[in-house]
Ligand binder design. Structure first.
Ligand SMILES: Cc1cc2nc3c(=O)[nH]c(=O)nc-3n(C[C@H](O)[C@H](O)[C@H](O)COP(=O)(O)O)c2cc1C
Length: 247
Protein backbone atom coordinates (compact mmCIF):
# COMPACT_ATOMS: atom_id res chain seq x y z
CA UNK A 1 0.00 0.00 0.00
CA UNK A 2 1.46 3.36 -0.94
CA UNK A 3 0.52 7.00 -0.55
CA UNK A 4 -2.35 6.20 1.75
CA UNK A 5 -4.81 9.06 2.36
CA UNK A 6 -6.17 9.19 5.88
CA UNK A 7 -8.90 11.13 7.65
CA UNK A 8 -7.23 12.07 10.97
CA UNK A 9 -9.04 11.86 14.32
CA UNK A 10 -10.94 14.83 15.74
CA UNK A 11 -12.48 14.16 19.16
CA UNK A 12 -16.17 14.98 19.27
CA UNK A 13 -16.35 15.13 15.45
CA UNK A 14 -15.06 12.02 13.69
CA UNK A 15 -17.79 9.52 14.57
CA UNK A 16 -19.17 6.90 12.19
CA UNK A 17 -21.58 9.29 10.46
CA UNK A 18 -18.89 11.93 9.88
CA UNK A 19 -16.41 9.35 8.55
CA UNK A 20 -19.05 7.72 6.33
CA UNK A 21 -19.84 11.09 4.75
CA UNK A 22 -16.14 11.66 3.99
CA UNK A 23 -15.65 8.39 2.09
CA UNK A 24 -16.72 9.96 -1.20
CA UNK A 25 -13.56 12.12 -1.11
CA UNK A 26 -11.38 9.07 -1.62
CA UNK A 27 -9.87 8.34 1.80
CA UNK A 28 -8.11 4.96 2.12
CA UNK A 29 -8.36 5.05 5.91
CA UNK A 30 -10.69 6.92 8.25
CA UNK A 31 -10.04 7.42 11.95
CA UNK A 32 -12.75 7.27 14.60
CA UNK A 33 -12.22 9.09 17.89
CA UNK A 34 -10.19 9.91 19.85
CA UNK A 35 -12.04 8.00 22.50
CA UNK A 36 -11.26 7.77 26.19
CA UNK A 37 -11.05 4.05 26.75
CA UNK A 38 -10.68 3.56 30.50
CA UNK A 39 -12.27 5.08 33.65
CA UNK A 40 -9.33 7.48 34.18
CA UNK A 41 -9.31 9.00 30.70
CA UNK A 42 -13.12 8.90 30.61
CA UNK A 43 -13.30 11.08 33.70
CA UNK A 44 -10.57 13.37 32.26
CA UNK A 45 -12.69 13.64 29.09
CA UNK A 46 -15.66 14.86 31.16
CA UNK A 47 -13.48 17.58 32.70
CA UNK A 48 -12.32 18.64 29.24
CA UNK A 49 -15.94 18.74 28.04
CA UNK A 50 -16.97 20.86 31.00
CA UNK A 51 -14.54 23.59 29.98
CA UNK A 52 -16.01 23.73 26.50
CA UNK A 53 -13.78 21.54 24.31
CA UNK A 54 -15.30 18.88 22.11
CA UNK A 55 -14.97 15.27 23.26
CA UNK A 56 -16.77 11.97 22.75
CA UNK A 57 -18.47 11.27 26.07
CA UNK A 58 -19.09 7.53 26.04
CA UNK A 59 -19.24 5.35 29.15
CA UNK A 60 -16.41 2.87 29.33
CA UNK A 61 -18.93 -0.03 29.54
CA UNK A 62 -20.64 1.17 26.36
CA UNK A 63 -17.51 1.99 24.37
CA UNK A 64 -17.05 -1.40 22.71
CA UNK A 65 -20.65 -1.49 21.56
CA UNK A 66 -20.48 2.16 20.47
CA UNK A 67 -17.39 1.61 18.34
CA UNK A 68 -18.92 -1.55 16.87
CA UNK A 69 -21.95 0.53 15.76
CA UNK A 70 -19.78 3.32 14.30
CA UNK A 71 -17.66 0.90 12.29
CA UNK A 72 -20.78 -0.86 10.96
CA UNK A 73 -22.13 2.48 9.73
CA UNK A 74 -18.95 2.95 7.70
CA UNK A 75 -18.47 -0.61 6.46
CA UNK A 76 -22.11 -0.96 5.47
CA UNK A 77 -21.22 1.36 2.59
CA UNK A 78 -20.68 -1.58 0.26
CA UNK A 79 -18.51 0.35 -2.22
CA UNK A 80 -15.71 1.20 0.22
CA UNK A 81 -12.95 -1.24 1.07
CA UNK A 82 -10.62 1.03 3.01
CA UNK A 83 -9.42 0.71 6.58
CA UNK A 84 -11.00 1.91 9.82
CA UNK A 85 -8.65 3.09 12.53
CA UNK A 86 -9.72 3.95 16.09
CA UNK A 87 -7.70 6.54 18.03
CA UNK A 88 -7.64 5.68 21.76
CA UNK A 89 -6.43 7.23 24.98
CA UNK A 90 -5.80 4.82 27.80
CA UNK A 91 -3.60 4.47 30.85
CA UNK A 92 -3.04 0.76 30.12
CA UNK A 93 -2.90 -1.32 26.91
CA UNK A 94 -5.85 -3.62 27.76
CA UNK A 95 -8.79 -1.46 26.59
CA UNK A 96 -6.96 -0.84 23.29
CA UNK A 97 -6.39 -4.57 22.82
CA UNK A 98 -10.09 -5.23 23.52
CA UNK A 99 -11.15 -2.77 20.83
CA UNK A 100 -8.68 -4.30 18.33
CA UNK A 101 -10.76 -7.50 18.50
CA UNK A 102 -13.90 -5.92 17.01
CA UNK A 103 -14.57 -7.34 13.57
CA UNK A 104 -14.59 -4.05 11.64
CA UNK A 105 -11.61 -2.48 13.38
CA UNK A 106 -8.59 -2.63 11.08
CA UNK A 107 -6.21 -0.44 13.09
CA UNK A 108 -6.02 0.65 16.72
CA UNK A 109 -4.16 3.90 17.20
CA UNK A 110 -2.36 4.59 20.49
CA UNK A 111 -2.81 8.28 21.25
CA UNK A 112 0.60 9.66 22.27
CA UNK A 113 -0.53 13.06 21.03
CA UNK A 114 -3.21 14.65 23.22
CA UNK A 115 -1.88 17.68 25.10
CA UNK A 116 -4.93 18.46 27.23
CA UNK A 117 -3.66 18.71 30.83
CA UNK A 118 -6.41 16.44 32.20
CA UNK A 119 -4.98 13.65 29.99
CA UNK A 120 -1.26 14.40 30.31
CA UNK A 121 -1.44 14.41 34.11
CA UNK A 122 -2.52 10.75 33.88
CA UNK A 123 0.73 10.01 32.01
CA UNK A 124 -1.30 9.59 28.82
CA UNK A 125 -1.39 11.26 25.42
CA UNK A 126 1.64 13.44 24.68
CA UNK A 127 3.08 12.59 28.11
CA UNK A 128 3.87 9.10 26.73
CA UNK A 129 6.56 10.78 24.57
CA UNK A 130 8.48 11.56 27.76
CA UNK A 131 8.44 7.94 28.95
CA UNK A 132 10.31 6.12 26.19
CA UNK A 133 10.61 2.73 27.87
CA UNK A 134 7.01 2.78 29.04
CA UNK A 135 5.84 3.74 25.52
CA UNK A 136 7.93 0.96 24.00
CA UNK A 137 6.52 -1.67 26.37
CA UNK A 138 2.98 -0.31 26.01
CA UNK A 139 3.21 -0.43 22.20
CA UNK A 140 4.85 -3.88 22.23
CA UNK A 141 2.04 -5.27 24.35
CA UNK A 142 -0.62 -3.85 22.04
CA UNK A 143 1.25 -5.13 18.96
CA UNK A 144 1.63 -8.61 20.46
CA UNK A 145 -1.96 -9.00 21.62
CA UNK A 146 -4.00 -6.93 19.15
CA UNK A 147 -6.06 -8.60 16.45
CA UNK A 148 -5.78 -5.49 14.26
CA UNK A 149 -2.87 -3.45 12.95
CA UNK A 150 -1.38 -0.89 15.34
CA UNK A 151 -0.62 2.78 14.78
CA UNK A 152 1.01 5.23 17.18
CA UNK A 153 0.07 8.89 16.83
CA UNK A 154 2.72 11.35 17.98
CA UNK A 155 3.14 15.10 18.02
CA UNK A 156 6.56 16.56 17.12
CA UNK A 157 8.64 19.37 18.58
CA UNK A 158 7.42 18.83 22.14
CA UNK A 159 10.01 20.23 24.55
CA UNK A 160 12.33 17.64 26.10
CA UNK A 161 11.33 15.02 23.52
CA UNK A 162 13.72 13.57 20.93
CA UNK A 163 11.48 12.84 17.94
CA UNK A 164 13.98 10.50 16.32
CA UNK A 165 14.42 8.49 19.52
CA UNK A 166 10.63 8.22 19.84
CA UNK A 167 10.30 7.10 16.21
CA UNK A 168 12.97 4.44 16.71
CA UNK A 169 11.20 3.30 19.87
CA UNK A 170 7.98 2.81 17.96
CA UNK A 171 9.83 0.98 15.19
CA UNK A 172 11.45 -1.29 17.80
CA UNK A 173 7.99 -2.06 19.17
CA UNK A 174 6.95 -3.15 15.66
CA UNK A 175 4.01 -0.79 15.16
CA UNK A 176 2.49 -0.91 11.68
CA UNK A 177 2.17 2.87 11.32
CA UNK A 178 3.74 6.00 12.77
CA UNK A 179 1.14 8.77 12.49
CA UNK A 180 3.13 12.00 12.86
CA UNK A 181 1.56 15.35 13.62
CA UNK A 182 4.64 17.22 12.39
CA UNK A 183 3.63 20.31 14.31
CA UNK A 184 6.05 23.18 13.82
CA UNK A 185 5.36 25.68 16.61
CA UNK A 186 5.05 29.21 15.28
CA UNK A 187 4.46 28.08 11.67
CA UNK A 188 1.32 27.11 9.79
CA UNK A 189 3.15 24.44 7.81
CA UNK A 190 4.35 21.01 8.88
CA UNK A 191 7.95 20.37 9.89
CA UNK A 192 8.88 18.66 6.63
CA UNK A 193 12.56 18.45 7.58
CA UNK A 194 11.64 16.33 10.56
CA UNK A 195 9.64 13.98 8.32
CA UNK A 196 12.77 13.66 6.14
CA UNK A 197 14.85 12.87 9.24
CA UNK A 198 12.41 10.21 10.48
CA UNK A 199 12.37 8.71 6.96
CA UNK A 200 16.18 8.65 6.96
CA UNK A 201 16.41 7.01 10.38
CA UNK A 202 13.61 4.41 10.29
CA UNK A 203 11.75 2.05 7.98
CA UNK A 204 8.42 2.89 9.56
CA UNK A 205 5.28 3.38 7.49
CA UNK A 206 4.85 7.13 8.06
CA UNK A 207 1.48 8.86 7.89
CA UNK A 208 2.45 12.54 7.68
CA UNK A 209 0.06 15.01 9.26
CA UNK A 210 -0.25 18.74 9.92
CA UNK A 211 -1.53 21.64 7.85
CA UNK A 212 -2.29 19.62 4.73
CA UNK A 213 -4.85 21.86 3.09
CA UNK A 214 -4.15 21.64 -0.63
CA UNK A 215 -2.44 19.53 -3.29
CA UNK A 216 0.90 21.29 -2.79
CA UNK A 217 1.14 20.63 0.96
CA UNK A 218 0.08 17.00 0.42
CA UNK A 219 2.73 16.48 -2.27
CA UNK A 220 5.38 18.14 -0.12
CA UNK A 221 4.59 15.74 2.73
CA UNK A 222 4.96 12.76 0.38
CA UNK A 223 8.14 14.06 -1.24
CA UNK A 224 9.60 14.52 2.26
CA UNK A 225 9.34 10.77 2.71
CA UNK A 226 5.92 10.10 4.19
CA UNK A 227 4.11 7.01 2.90
CA UNK A 228 0.79 8.72 3.31
CA UNK A 229 -0.89 11.88 4.45
CA UNK A 230 -3.62 12.61 6.93
CA UNK A 231 -6.01 15.51 7.16
CA UNK A 232 -7.97 16.89 10.12
CA UNK A 233 -8.81 20.62 10.14
CA UNK A 234 -9.15 20.93 6.35
CA UNK A 235 -11.97 18.38 6.64
CA UNK A 236 -13.56 19.71 9.84
CA UNK A 237 -16.63 21.08 8.04
CA UNK A 238 -17.38 17.70 6.48
CA UNK A 239 -16.05 18.60 3.02
CA UNK A 240 -12.60 18.76 1.46
CA UNK A 241 -11.31 21.86 -0.38
CA UNK A 242 -9.18 19.84 -2.84
CA UNK A 243 -9.31 16.61 -4.80
CA UNK A 244 -7.38 13.77 -3.14
CA UNK A 245 -7.13 11.90 -6.42
CA UNK A 246 -4.97 14.71 -7.88
CA UNK A 247 -2.18 14.37 -5.32
C1 LIG B 1 -11.17 19.46 16.96
C2 LIG B 1 -9.96 18.57 16.92
C3 LIG B 1 -9.94 17.42 17.69
C4 LIG B 1 -8.83 16.57 17.66
N1 LIG B 1 -8.85 15.41 18.36
C5 LIG B 1 -7.81 14.54 18.27
C6 LIG B 1 -7.84 13.29 18.94
O1 LIG B 1 -8.79 12.96 19.64
N2 LIG B 1 -6.78 12.46 18.80
C7 LIG B 1 -5.67 12.81 18.05
O2 LIG B 1 -4.73 12.01 17.95
N3 LIG B 1 -5.62 13.98 17.39
C8 LIG B 1 -6.65 14.84 17.49
N4 LIG B 1 -6.62 16.03 16.80
C9 LIG B 1 -5.42 16.38 16.03
C10 LIG B 1 -5.58 16.07 14.55
O3 LIG B 1 -5.79 14.70 14.31
C11 LIG B 1 -4.33 16.53 13.79
O4 LIG B 1 -3.21 15.83 14.24
C12 LIG B 1 -4.04 18.05 13.94
O5 LIG B 1 -5.22 18.81 13.87
C13 LIG B 1 -3.07 18.53 12.85
O6 LIG B 1 -3.53 18.14 11.56
P1 LIG B 1 -4.33 19.19 10.60
O7 LIG B 1 -3.39 20.33 10.36
O8 LIG B 1 -4.65 18.40 9.36
O9 LIG B 1 -5.54 19.65 11.34
C14 LIG B 1 -7.71 16.90 16.84
C15 LIG B 1 -7.74 18.08 16.08
C16 LIG B 1 -8.85 18.90 16.10
C17 LIG B 1 -8.85 20.14 15.26
Amino acid sequence: MNQIKVLAPMAGITDGTFCKNMLKHGFDMVTLGGYNADPHTESAGREILSRGRLEFDINEEELVEHIDRQTSLIKDQGFWNGLISVNLRSVTPEPIITISKLKNVDVVEINAHCRQPEITKLGCGQELLKKTIFLENFTKEVVQKAKSQVSVKIRTNVSDVDDIEISKTIEKANADYLHVDAMNPGFDTADYDLIKNIRGETNLFIIGNNSIKDIESARKMLSSGADGISIARAAINGTLPFDLSKI
